[in-house]
Ligand binder design. Structure first.
Ligand code: ADP
Ligand code: ZN
Length: 517
């Protein structure tokens, strides 16, 4: 790895690897298929660029992001690495020239858009080139369970499988739940891949969820307190963006707006102004952000809850790129759930797709209601383990009273454990209630030793309790139309009596009782 470190210094001018990079590079160079899940900005590119430099031949990089390809190739060329890309932005003549050079082995890295890779093209490349490694960026696009499925990714696996000398395959993504990760391995036919999940924690971000407040008043207060700071306010719809933006302007804040309904020029102008601090606050839909890299964003406020945790963390994560302390505030009210549900129902996609989006929405809800450390909740969701509580999120700082509910938890967890992941929350609640439900009896679930253990509680409260345990990470719901519930590793210490469970008694502030103005 000395060689890799030397290249890192010589070519990129960096002194050390970031978390995960060194292991990933070493693994690839040693000949292992790889699945690496690193957050956006985590430094994925180096993880395949360095192996490409260390291995003989031309590494293929599959990426759907055309503008990113050009950036990467430009910066590689600047540091003296032979690289090129093939995508739809090239004219016919250019395209032929790049291809000709590529086939003569002139490039260490060749970026190809998946749409460009039809079977004959792939065959030409693989027959005439020595390809030691195929790096697949945005690998979640191969999975139906991911949030950006692309059919062109599906064909890749088949072609790679048929290559006479199958190269190493390294798949990269910033967002993959365990299910998506498994699916990537299966779909791309990775061979005994080494898996890495790393770097999701952002220690300079203070995450918080704020519920039960008057959002407008809250936002004005926040902007008053931070009158010299730059920030982004994300809202769910164009109309909401318009409303919030005018409200802020009337309040005297230099705010600009950004959403899909504005012209390209308007958007580009506002973005530039924001970048150069002529606008202090950007109010935007999720259309804003792709490719912006403003370092000194000090806060990101979500005026509404987004539809999934991937999007939330990506948007919130635009705060504090420079490593300075920054805040990410999610303003939550249960009605946001209805908005998102409506967007899913009205949106594109078949029934299966929609049910996946619904289960992602539930995770988002869990985040909004959890009392676990919010940073831990997020990294856990991405599958990274061993991250300590952050000590500065709204959960970590919450000082409200707690009650011990270890016994209730044991009952619920042992019941769910005995149902072996075959049933949903509703059925588990019925069993704990001791219900005479027909299906329950047909399945013989009344014979479980946990049958009726919580009969003193209403069935709805039992179900709420089960959802709470899901939100706290002791159990999980499967994805799909009929989610089933099963235990996570966190449940074991509780069942073995080694960990206790406390629940916060929240003073529920309701908007009606608080009054709005
Ligand atoms: P992504 O994971 O989003 O593809 P990039 O590969 O573009 O991230 O890297 C994000 C930024 O971090 C880039 O500016 C890159 O040059 C920088 N970077 C990557 N690795 C290191 C490192 N070891 N030391 C310092 N900066 C790094
Ligand atoms: Zn925390």
């Amino acid at each position: 790895m000395d060689k890799a470190l030397k290249l890192l210094k010589d070519i990129y001018g960096y002194d050390s690897f970031r978390k995960g990079q060194e292991d990933i590079i070493a693994g690839i160079v040693a000949g292992h298929d790889t699945l690496a899940i690193l957050p956006t900005g985590g430094g994925k590119s180096i993880c395949y660029q360095l192996p490409a430099l260390l291995l003989p031949g031309t590494t293929l990089v599959i990426s759907p992001l055309i503008s990113l390809m050009k950036d990467q190739v430009d910066s590689l060329k600047r540091v003296g690495v032979q690289a090129a890309f093939l995508n739809s932005s090239l004219g016919a003549a250019e395209y032929r020239e790049v291809l000709r050079n590529a086939l003569q082995g002139e490039y260490k890295l060749l970026y190809v858009a998946p749409e460009r890779l039809d079977a004959p093209m792939f065959q030409t490349l693989s027959e005439q080139l020595h390809i030691p490694l195929i790096a697949i960026d945005e690998a979640h696009c191969v999975s139906q369970w991911g949030h950006d499925f692309r059919p062109s990714y599906r064909q890749l696996a088949g072609w790679i499988g048929r290559m006479p000398n199958r190269p190493l395959v390294a798949a990269f993504t910033a967002t993959a739940t365990e299910e998506v990760a498994d699916d990537i391995v299966k779909m791309l036919q990775l061979k005994e891949p080494r898996r890495y999940v790393t770097g999701f924690a952002r220690p300079n971000l203070s995450l918080s969820v704020v519920s039960g407040v008057d959002k407008k008043r809250f936002l004005k207060q926040l902007l008053k307190e931070r009158n010299d700071q730059s920030g982004i306010v994300y809202a769910a719809t164009r109309k909401e963006v318009e409303d919030v933006c005018s409200m802020l302007q009337q309040f005297g804040v230099e705010a600009g707006k950004y959403h899909g309904g504005l012209s390209d020029t308007e958007r580009a102008e506002t973005q530039e102004k924001f970048r150069f601090d002529q606008i202090r606050v950007m109010v935007a839909t999720n259309a804003f952000g792709m490719g912006i890299d403003k370092p000194n964003v000090r806060f990101v406020v979500h005026y509404q809850m987004p539809g999934d945790l991937e999007s939330y963390y990506q948007e919130a994560g635009r705060a504090g790129r420079d490593g300075e302390e920054s805040d990410c505030v999610l303003l939550f009210e249960p009605a946001d759930m209805q908005v998102q549900r409506f967007l899913i129902e009205q949106g594109a996609g078949d029934a299966e797709r929609k049910s996946i989006q619904m289960s992602k929405l539930h995770t988002m809800m869990n985040y909004s209601r959890t009392q676990r450390c919010l940073q831990q909740f997020i990294v856990d969701y991405f599958g990274e383990t061993g991250v300590q509580p952050c000590g500065k999120c709204s959960s970590c700082l919450d000082k409200s009273e707690t009650v011990d509910r270890t016994e209730d938890a044991k009952m619920a967890l042992s019941c769910v454990g005995r149902m072996k992941g075959r049933f949903g929350v509703t059925m588990a609640a019925k069993v704990l209630k001791g219900s005479r439900d027909k299906r329950l009896l047909e399945f013989g679930l009344d014979r479980l030793s946990t049958y009726g253990l919580m009969r003193h509680l209403p069935e709805r409260d039992i179900a709420d309790w089960l959802y709470w345990l899901v939100a706290e990470g002791y159990m999980r719901l499967s994805e799909g139309q009929y989610p089933t519930v099963s235990l996570t590793a966190n449940a074991l210490p509780v069942l073995e009596g080694k960990a206790s469970i406390t629940q916060r008694v929240r003073a529920t502030v309701r908007q009606t009782s608080e009054g709005t103005s």
